[in-house]
Design a protein around this ligand. Structure first.
Ligand SMILES: [Ca+2]
Ligand SMILES: [Ca+2]
Ligand SMILES: [Ca+2]
Ligand SMILES: [Ca+2]
Length: 613
């Protein structure tokens, strides 16, 4: 069985062995390169803080070694004379000098934690002491054992490992994911409960009927040849993939149940279906639909579109909030003010913008006064390295590769990916405080966030990125928390768009193989910065072309086996421009499933090399 690239059989080609360059024509094609996952309808490092303060309150609640104190003396003191100290009726004997200037570790016997802290306070008050601190016990932050966890840079960026030391969630918390439905991905096993399919139009639903109790994702591709996004499965995996199970990826919440509610099918979803889904998610009744036994504590809406919030949306959200559900929404991916988007502009929602791996606003993310907080949404135009392999810096979660019929883990970018991080964190907050209200959750998220500067937000003011990047550890505790680890180092991605010259009108030869003359094909390099990045390839002689896109993820100057994408039909070019030849890149998987082994790598690489030289 031949592999196919969006319908094109891929095999060794009819090779025209004439590398001489042909005269350029006056034709061209243009369109946009679409990043993976764009949805229809818009849609144990220790961060040790040595706490050089002698404020006792700063150490309350910390785990310390009873009786042990670290003392730094002022420069005038001879350490020779400090082999023992007498303070507060206690004798402290020297344990050892520390590899810090004028600093020694002392121990007193018979002290409990409170006694030790009192001793620290007395020592700190001495004229010859620069500082005294308890010998605090630190533990490795909770990191899950999932093999691809290390590629999930987006969790440390939001300080989740430190948050997981406080809580990894509660099985009694429920998070409704209102999206394209769900697939039975093995790394979601045991994490999903209940749900419903609210798509009332059978043609949109693709499952042969209107509303039903099975929220399985039947696909959202509008036309044959387009990939299904399985967006809801990716979003659900971020909220709560099966975690610490030695498989795949980790999720934000390790215990909460995900309630999948399907509203987006072929070409998107409708206001009528979505507002009823929101109401039902929060425990409200909807005519013709059985009562929801899994009332949501948190509702994630990684969808939306242009237009300010209309009364139907607002009424549904008000109802959900009145029932105690906290609604988290994506800000939108149009690099514009979120106030012109729904549900981002609604009241009583937590509106989430996206940052890339560098903590800066992602180039696609909406901004403006309606943004509450920022979260990791990824930037597929940057790459990072994990275990010696380069990956695009998207958000890594659960997905399906239809072409190879495999469960995979793949990188998507978008505010759709940022929102479920926050929904997951709010669900962790709900595990700690089940009665947490919308206002309390929003306040806590905002006050604990790390503000973005104007430069980081790429706006005149950092406040266009709301209160800043969510810090999960700070949002979950009132005590001191370690700072998040530094972000991964990244490099930009190069995108190549190629117009392959076909030697037949179908681009196939009699045997069904691709019929391409590489010497008459043209290539362009595109700097991809948005969900939909314009491209054009000029100098085309009249003929039939196959338009495709590739990326160089590992920065070696050659395109990689994934991601790739192709326009599904041959393109006829005469002496003018052929517009709207839009190329959807397939997702990039951590597990390598989209690699198209039959594709003529060497020939395309040669084309790229010629262009780059
Ligand atoms: Ca149905
Ligand atoms: Ca269904
Ligand atoms: Ca897992
Ligand atoms: Ca490469």
């Amino acid at each position: 069985m031949r592999r196919s690239l969006l319908g094109f059989p891929l095999l060794a080609l009819v090779l025209t062995a004439c590398p001489s360059s042909n005269p350029a024509g006056s034709g061209s094609i243009s369109g946009v390169v679409i990043a993976p996952g764009a949805i229809q309808n818009g849609a144990a490092g220790l961060g040790i803080n040595p706490a050089l303060r002698n404020d006792l309150n700063a150490h309350r609640g910390e785990e310390i070694v009873p009786g042990e104190v670290i003392v730094k003396f002022k420069p005038t003191v001879s350490l020779q004379s400090a082999s023992s100290l007498r303070v507060n009726g206690q004798t402290l004997s020297l344990v050892r000098p520390l590899a810090l200037e004028r600093t020694q570790l002392y121990r007193a016997s018979g002290l409990d934690t409170a006694g030790t802290l009192a001793l620290v306070e007395r020592l700190a008050a001495r004229a010859d002491v620069e500082y005294a601190v308890p010998n605090r016990i630190w533990r490795a932050l909770k990191t899950p054992n999932d093999p691809y966890y290390g590629a999930q840079w987006h969790y440390p960026l939001m300080n989740l490992p430190a948050a997981w030391d406080t809580t990894t969630g509660s099985a009694s918390t429920k998070v409704a994911v209102i999206d394209t439905g769900i697939l039975p991905h093995p790394d979601l096993a045991g994490r999903v409960t209940g749900g419903y399919d609210f798509i009332s139009d059978p043609a949109v639903a693709g499952d042969g009927d209107g509303r039903d109790s099975d929220p399985t994702d039947e696909g959202d591709a509008e036309q044959a040849g387009e990939p299904n996004s399985y967006h809801g499965t990716h979003v659900a995996g971020t909220v709560g993939a099966a975690t610490d199970n030695n498989q795949g990826v980790a999720g934000v919440n390790w215990a909460a149940k995900i309630v999948p509610i399907r509203v987006l099918g072929r070409g998107g979803g409708t206001t009528a279906d979505i507002v009823e889904a929101i109401r039902w998610a929060a425990g409200g009744s909807v005519s013709g639909v059985p009562a929801n036994p899994n009332r949501a504590d948190v509702i994630n809406l990684s969808l939306g579109g242009q237009g300010s919030c209309d009364p139907a949306w607002q009424e549904a959200i008000n109802f959900a909030t009145s029932q105690g559900a906290i609604v988290v929404v994506a800000a939108g991916n149009s690099n514009t003010d979120a106030s012109g988007f729904t549900p981002a502009s609604c009241q009583k929602v937590i509106t989430v913008g996206a940052v890339g791996p560098d903590g800066k606003r992602a180039p696609y993310s909406n901004y403006g006064p309606r943004i509450d907080v920022m979260a990791a949404g990824g930037d597929l135009n940057q790459t990072f390295t994990f275990n010696g392999r380069s990956y695009p810096a998207g958000v890594l979660s659960t997905l399906r590769d239809d072409a190879n019929q495999k469960w995979v883990y793949a990188f998507y970018q978008g505010t759709s990916m940022a929102a479920p991080h926050v929904a997951g964190i709010v669900s962790l907050m709900k595990a700690q405080a089940p009665s947490l209200t919308f206002d309390q959750a929003l306040q806590k998220l905002r006050t604990s966030a790390t503000p973005l500067t104007a430069s980081q937000c790429n706006r005149p003011s950092g406040s266009d990125c709301g209160a800043g990047l969510v810090d999960a550890a700070k949002a979950l505790t009132s005590g001191s928390t370690p700072a998040p680890p530094p972000p991964p180092s990244t490099r930009p991605v190069t995108t190549y768009v190629v117009a392959f010259f076909c030697t037949t009108r179908s681009c196939l030869d009699a045997g069904g193989d691709l019929a391409i003359d590489f010497s008459r094909s043209k290539l362009n390099v595109v700097l991809q910065t948005q969900e939909r990045t314009p491209y054009s390839i000029g100098g085309l002689e009249p003929g039939t072309y196959l338009a495709a896109a590739f990326q160089d993820i590992n920065g070696n100057g050659e395109y990689d086996s994934e991601p790739l994408g192709a326009y599904p039909n041959p393109v006829r070019v005469a002496n003018g421009n052929v517009p709207n030849i839009d190329i959807q890149l397939l997702p990039y998987s951590a597990s390598g499933a989209w690699a198209q082994s039959g594709f003529p790598r060497e020939q395309v690489a040669r084309l790229i090399e010629q262009k780059l030289r």
